[in-house]
Design a protein around this ligand. Sequence first.
Ligand code: SIN
Ligand code: NI
Length: 252
Amino acid sequence: MTTTATETLLDPETVASYRRDGFVHIPGVLDAAEVERFRAAAQHEYDTGTALNRDDQIFKQVVNVWTYNETLRDLTLHPKLARLATELAGIPVRIWHDHLLIKKPHNQAPTEYHQDAPYWPHANCRHSLSAWIALIDVPVERGCMTFIPEQHERRDIRPIDLTDAHDLFEAAPDLVFHRRVTHPLRAGDITFHSGYTPHTANSNNTDEFRYAHVNIYADRELTYDGKPHVCTDPLNLTVGQTLPDDHFPPVG
Ligand code: SIN
Ligand code: NI
């Protein structure tokens, strides 16, 4: 990362590699004190938070923690992360939602290959991307992310069953022999991936919890398309409207 006269955080090569591959690894974004503060808050949410999916085999998923956990709000709305996301996206963004994704020790269940954006009720979305933030060291054995490069322009793949190892490859058989890139992370590192980049996270085969916090950013101007989704269902939105700023805050 560099700070240049134009006040950008990322050098042009890093932005270009994200736009070519559909993902990028940015090391050392959070310092040790931030990591510890956010990891302790994530542990508290694991112990007390309401999971979207109950604590199933893959992970405990706690959505929109920024709306009630003051510490994790600082992470979801973190100005540095928002600037990185904006530089990568190249357009103004808002938070679509956040989620904690916590894998228990020896959970024995990967998060199977999928794209994210097909699950979302978005129309006219020029770009969306996730910041996957490691709040503990995440070597391969603890469930880091693996990406299929150069596939983020694809719009032909249906929503995939996260629990089914074969589903993405049945939907897109040409990806079976495509190369894959795995990124182990140190605590405080981030990978950003496009909403259409196919990806997986392997199981946690260690004695420690895997703490990941994910900020999802999306085009500030996208419109609601009416598909069911846990983050928009309670809001009585009108198809075609932009997302309301109080629930989906503009950042960056
Ligand atoms: C995971 O961390 O287990 C999956 C993250 C993702 O699908 O974006
Ligand atoms: Ni995903």
